[in-house]
Design a protein around this ligand. Structure first.
Ligand SMILES: Cc1cc2nc3c(=O)[nH]c(=O)nc-3n(C[C@H](O)[C@H](O)[C@H](O)COP(=O)(O)OP(=O)(O)OC[C@H]3O[C@@H](n4cnc5c(N)ncnc54)[C@H](O)[C@@H]3O)c2cc1C
Ligand SMILES: Cc1ncc(C[n+]2csc(CCOP(=O)(O)OP(=O)(O)O)c2C)c(N)n1
Ligand SMILES: [Mg+2]
Length: 571
C-alpha cells in the first residue's frame, strides 16, 4: 500500500508498539505532524525540546520501553542535544525523530538547517539522515533495534521534509533490519566461569557492586538469590539504587563520593569485588591508584569496552548479566560470611543510620527531613525523579528504594533540569504510579515551563522543591575548596507556589518540620499536580564526601556536634 513518508513515520511507530510521543512542531517536521492526527498515538506537547528528550528518557527508565521524542530541524533539533547526551551517558534507550530541510537544500545554510547528525554523532549510539520516503521505515525499525539492544542508548533519525512529502510503498516486513555482516562472539569461555567461581567461593571479604545494568538486564531476583546463597553484602551505584531492596539484611547502601562511609571502607578492605552492570565511574572509585587494592575483581558487563576501561580486573565476563548469572549459579556454593558482615556492621559504628526521625524539632527544616518524611509518607513506594545537586544525594541517602526503576536520576551527565520533564515521561509510561519530583531550586527553574505541559496534558506528578536559596552542590564545593567564596551560587527565587497557581496547579510552601508530613499527605490526595516549596536550611552539606580524585577512604565526615545526628537507630 502506498503511503507518504509522513504517514510511514507514524505507521512505523505504531508497528513498534509506540503509544506516546513527546514533541514540538515546526516547519521541517510539519508534514509528519499533519499525518499524526490520523494515528492512535498520544502526542504530548512540551514547552522546550530538551523537555521532550528528558520525557522520553524518563518514560524509558520507568518502563524499560523505548521513549520517543519529536522535533523540527535547526533549533528544535539542537535543543534536544542535552537530553540526548543525558540518555547516552546513562545508557537510556530513546529514539529522537527530527525534521530536516529538503534534501536539495542540505549544505546550503537553508533556513533552520543544522547538521544534527554531525552534531549528535558523539552523543548517540547511532544516527541516520533519511532523504527518501522508502528509507524511513527501515531506518525507524533499525533505530529501535539499536536503541534497545546490547547496551541501550539514544538514536536519532533525521528525516528531510521532501522525504516526508514523497510517497512510496509501505512494507513493514521488508523494512526488517538486515543481519549484521560480522558480530564477534564475546561470550565468556567456560574457563572464565570456572575461574570466577573459584574466586567467589573462596573469598572471605567479597562485596557485590550493583549497577544500573541489573535493571536493564531485568535480573533483580537473580542478583538477590546470588547474594543470599553466597551470603555476600551488596552496595549500589547511584543508578543501581532499587536493583536490590533497601530493607534486605545484605543491603549496604550507596557507594562512592557521597556513598555511605562504611561502604567505601568495606570496598577498600574487600578481597573480592563483583561488579554487576556498573562502569566504575570516577564518582564511584575516587583515586584509581588506591582503589580497592586488596581486592580481586570480577566485572560483568554487556559492553566489552567497559572491561578494564577504568579499573583493571582479574576476570571480565562480557554478556547480559542475567545470562552470566544463570551460568554462575549452579557452581555457587552456599556461603557464610558472618564475620565479614559483622565487621562491616562495626564499620558503621555510630554513623550507621541518620536518625532524623528521633531528632528533636529544633525549628530548622533540613532537606534530609523532607526526604525521610516523604519516604515514610509514600511507604517507599513512589517513583522518585530527582534533579542534580545536593538534594539528589540526600534522596539517594534517605529515601529507601525497595523496587527497581523507582529512582530516576541523571547520573553520568548530571543534567540540571532533568527532573520535572523526566517525571512527566515516567508518569505517562506508568499512569498508576505515584510519581514525585525531588528538585533543587536551581535545577527546577531550568525546565520549570514544563509545568505548562503538565497543565495542558493533565498529568499528575507531585513536586518537592528542596529550596535552599543556593546552587547548593556548587556552594558546598566553594565551602570546602574555595574558602567559602560563594561566587554566583546564591539564588533569588520566585514564589514557587504562586508559579504553580499561575498554571492552574496547586502550590504550597513549607518552612517547618512539623508541616512536612501533613503537606505531603494532603498533596497525595489531590488528583492533579501539587508543587511544594520546602524552604530548607541554606548552608547544609552533603556528608560524607570524597573530594574529586581523592582516595575512596579519605572522606570528609560530618563534623560533630552536627545539626543532624547520625546514630545507629532508625525506623
Ligand atoms: C552530583 C552527583 C554525584 C554523584 N555521586 C555518586 C556517588 O556518590 N556514588 C555513585 O555511585 N554515583 C554517583 N553519581 C553518579 C555517577 O556519576 C554515575 O552516573 C553512576 O555511578 C553510574 O552508575 P552505573 O555504573 O551503575 O550505571 P551506568 O553508567 O548506566 O552503567 C551501566 C553499566 O551497565 C552495563 N549494562 C547495561 N546493560 C547490561 C546488561 N543487560 N547486562 C550487563 N551489563 C549491562 C553498561 O554497559 C554499563 O557499563 C553522582 C552523580 C552526580 C550528578
Ligand atoms: C545544566 C547544568 N549546569 C550546571 C551544572 C553544575 N551544577 C551541579 S549541581 C549544581 C547546583 C544545583 O543547585 P540546585 O538545583 O539548587 O540543587 P541543590 O544542590 O541546591 O540541591 C550545579 C550548578 C549542572 N550539573 N547542570
Ligand atoms: Mg538549591
Amino acid at each position: 500500500m502506498k503511503r507518504t513518508g509522513a504517514q510511514i513515520i507514524w505507521e512505523s511507530l505504531v508497528h513498534q508498539g509506540v503509544t506516546d510521543v513527546f514533541g514540538y512542531p515546526g516547519g521541517a517536521i510539519l508534514p509528519a505532524y499533519d499525518a499524526m492526527l490520523d494515528y492512535p498515538i498520544r502526542h504530548i506537547l512540551v514547552r522546550h525540546e530538551q523537555g521532550a528528550t528528558h520525557m522520553a528518557d524518563g518514560y524509558s527508565r520507568a518502563s524499560g520501553k523505548v521513549g520517543v521524542a519529536v522535533a523540527t530541524s535547526g533549533p528544535g533539533a539542537t535543543n534536544m542535544v542535552t537530553g540526548i547526551a543525558t540518555a547516552m551517558l546513562d545508557s537510556s534507550p530513546i529514539v529522537c525523530i527530527t525534521g530536516q530541510v529538503g534534501s536539495k537544500l542540505i549544505g546550503s545554510d537553508a533556513f533552520q538547517e543544522t547538521d544534527i547528525t554531525g552534531v549528535t554523532l558523539p552523543i548517540t549510539k547511532h544516527n541516520y539522515l533519511v532523504t527518501r520516503a522508502d528509507e524511513i521505515a527501515p531506518a525507524i525499525r533499525e533505530a529501535f533495534e539499536v536503541a534497545k539492544s546490547g547496551r541501550p542508548g539514544p538514536v536519532l533519525v533525521d528525516i528531510t521534509k521532501d522525504a516526508q512529502q514523497a510517497s512510496c510503498e509501505f512494507d513493514w516486513d521488508a523494512a526488517a533490519p538486515q543481519a549484521p555482516a560480522f558480530r564477534p562472539d564475546l561470550r565468556p569461555m567456560s574457563g572464565d566461569y570456572k575461574r570466577a567461581l573459584e574466586l567467589i567461593n573462596s573469598a572471605q571479604r567479597p562485596v557485590i557492586l550493583a549497577g544500573h545494568g541489573i535493571m536493564m538486564s531485568g535480573c533483580m531476583d537473580l542478583v538477590r538469590q546470588f547474594a543470599e546463597r553466597a551470603d555476600i553484602p551488596v552496595t549500589s551505584t547511584l543508578l543501581g539504587i532499587g536493583s536490590f531492596p533497601a530493607s534486605h539484611p545484605l543491603d549496604l547502601g550507596m557507594m562512592g563520593m557521597h556513598g555511605e562511609a562504611w561502604v567505601n571502607m568495606a570496598i577498600q578492605e574487600a578481597d573480592l569485588l563483583l561488579a554487576f552492570g556498573m562502569r566504575f565511574d570516577d564518582r564511584v572509585t575516587g583515586n584509581l591508584k588506591t582503589y580497592a587494592l586488596n581486592a580481586r575483581k570480577i566485572h560483568v558487563d554487556i559492553d566489552a569496552a567497559e572491561i578494564n576501561k577504568n579499573v583493571k580486573v582479574d576476570i571480565g565476563l562480557v554478556g547480559d548479566l542475567k545470562e552470566v548469572l544463570e551460568q554462575l549459579m549452579p557452581g555457587l556454593t552456599r556461603g557464610d560470611r558472618a564475620a565479614w558482615i559483622t565487621h562491616i556492621r562495626e564499620l558503621r559504628g555510630d554513623s550507621a543510620v541518620r536518625d532524623i526521625k528521633n531528632m528533636p524539632d529544633s525549628g530548622h527544616l533540613y532537606a534530609a527531613h523532607v526526604i525521610h518524611d516523604l519516604w515514610h509518607a509514600t511507604g517507599g513506594n513512589a517513583v522518585v525523579v530527582t534533579d542534580v545537586g545536593q538534594h539528589q544525594m540526600w534522596e539517594a541517602q534517605y529515601y529507601r528504594h525497595e523496587r527497581p526503576r523507582t529512582l530516576i536520576t541523571s547520573g553520568g551527565l548530571g543534567t540540571m533540569g532533568f527532573a520535572l520533564p523526566a517525571a512527566i515521561g515516567a508518569k505517562v509510561a506508568c499512569p498508576d504510579a505515584e510519581v514525585w519530583v525531588v528538585a533543587g531550586d536551581g535545577g527546577f527553574q531550568m525546565t520549570m515551563p514544563e509545568l505548562g505541559t503538565i497543565a495542558q496534558e493533565d498529568i499528575d506528578v507531585k513536586v518537592a522543591i528542596i529550596n535552599n536559596g543556593y546552587l547548593g552542590m556548587v556552594r558546598q564545593w566553594q565551602e570546602f575548596f574555595y574558602e567559602r567564596r560563594y561566587a554566583a551560587t546564591p539564588l533569588l527565587n520566585p514564589d514557587f507556589a504562586k508559579i504553580a497557581e499561575a498554571y492552574g496547579l496547586q502550590g504550597r510552601t513549607v518552612t517547618q518540620r512539623s508541616d512536612v508530613i501533613a503537606t505531603v499527605e494532603e498533596a497525595r490526595t489531590h488528583r492533579r499536580t501539587v508543587v511544594i516549596d520546602f524552604r530548607v536550611e541554606q548552608e547544609d552539606t552533603v556528608y560524607p564526601m570524597v573530594p574529586a580524585g581523592a582516595d575512596l577512604h579519605a572522606m570528609i565526615r560530618r563534623p560533630s556536634p552536627a545539626p543532624i545526628v547520625e546514630t545507629g537507630a532508625d525506623a
